[in-house]
Design a protein around this ligand. Structure first.
Ligand SMILES: Nc1ncnc2c1ncn2[C@@H]1O[C@H](COP(=O)(O)OP(=O)(O)O)[C@@H](O)[C@H]1O
Ligand SMILES: [Mg+2]
Length: 316
């Protein structure tokens, strides 16, 4: 398996549950495993009955499982401060306030969350060499995919900015000193240095996601979830992101044959409909179905987590 493993899918399908089960599987097999949760609801805390924060913390009862929870809100505000500081260093004091205002506005747009989170993902991917496996419990499909397409999109944009900036430094120098040897050049220019750093970050991310990562999609046995997953597979394919398999979660358990009450009849009907969905996934979807997990009577934690982990046909 690749070092980085992502579990995607719409909110509520079971990403946190399945990624926790997979992390459990890796850790109990002896791999140093880091589970990164980005869920604002912070449900890894519920799964492991322990509080986590931004620094990886070892999970009680495990020798080699660590969890970190990234808070998207905090990432956005820290990102905001960092951008303000970096710009403030580079412009004249008279326009600092105006720039602050613009940057604040920019951070209120829907893409700001994804951008800030993505920056944090990159940091985690860079700083996690000490782990054998890093498991991400990603944010819901739409946002995740927008965020994953950022590298290609930003690279072109930065290239254009770079060439403009290089030209303007050059012109500025010619205007100031005529034909003499320029005092300043684009080399060593702080703004260009920063843009290059951004670009390298995104190149690293694109490469890491395509070549050292594997994506699993979690879905539920209903029409809406199937359609969502179909679209997600297409988007991953378009971006050359390898989808390793599909995890069907929350299948209705079948009642015992001798049960014949209204509840049992209802469940049987459900099981039948869900089975059709499951078969369609096996027949029509390209990535393999790596698990079909029934809805448990209680939330998946403790013993149940170990049970679900056993059912994941995902190599470690
Ligand atoms: N197979 C399952 N059996 C019972 N409860 C489940 C199962 N899968 C998920 N849940 C519960 O459903 C809720 C949503 O699951 P979660 O993993 O947090 O979804 P996501 O991370 O995709 O939003 C949680 O309360 C979780 O405990
Ligand atoms: Mg979650």
């Amino acid at each position: 398996m690749q070092r980085f493993v992502f579990f995607g899918g719409k909110g509520g399908v079971g990403k946190t549950t399945i990624s926790s089960a997979y992390a459990h599987k890796c850790a109990t097999a002896g791999l140093d495993t880091l589970l990164v949760s980005t869920d604002p609801a912070h449900s890894t805390a519920d799964v492991f009955d322990q509080r986590f924060d931004d620094d990886p913390q070892r999970v009680d009862g495990y020798d080699s499982l660590w969890v970190m929870e990234i808070d998207p809100e905090r990432e956005v505000s820290e990102h905001l401060m960092e951008v303000k500081r970096a710009l403030g260093d580079q412009v004249s004091p008279s326009i600092v306030n105006e720039i602050d205002r613009q940057v604040e506005l920019a951070h209120q747009t829907p893409g700001a969350h994804e951008a800030a989170l993505f920056d944090r993902f990159i940091e985690v991917m860079r700083d996690s060499e000490e782990y054998d496996r890093v498991v991400f419990d990603t944010s819901p499909t739409g946002g995740t995919l927008r965020l994953l397409s950022l590298p290609q999109y930003l690279e072109g944009w930065i290239d254009r900015l770079l060439s403009k900036r290089e030209k303007s430094v050059d012109l500025y120098e010619k205007a100031a000193i005529g034909d003499m040897e320029p005092r300043r050049s684009a080399v060593g220019d702080p703004i260009i240095a920063r843009l290059r750093e951004r670009k390298e970050n995104f190149e690293f991310a694109g490469e890491t996601l395509r070549e050292r990562s594997q994506f699993f999609l979690v879905l539920n046995p209903d029409e809406l979830s199937l359609r969502e997953t179909e679209r997600a597979i297409e988007s991953y394919d378009e971006r050359d992101l390898p989808v390793g398999g599909l995890v069907m979660n929350r299948l209705t358990p079948e009642p015992d044959p001798e049960e014949d009450g209204r509840g049992a009849r209802f469940l049987r009907q459900r099981v039948e409909t869900e089975r059709e969905h499951l078969q369609r996934v096996e027949r029509e979807f390209t990535p393999p179905l790596v698990a079909a997990i029934e809805t448990r009577i209680a939330e998946v934690r403790g013993e149940l987590l170990a049970e679900v982990a056993e059912e994941l046909d995902v190599s470690i």
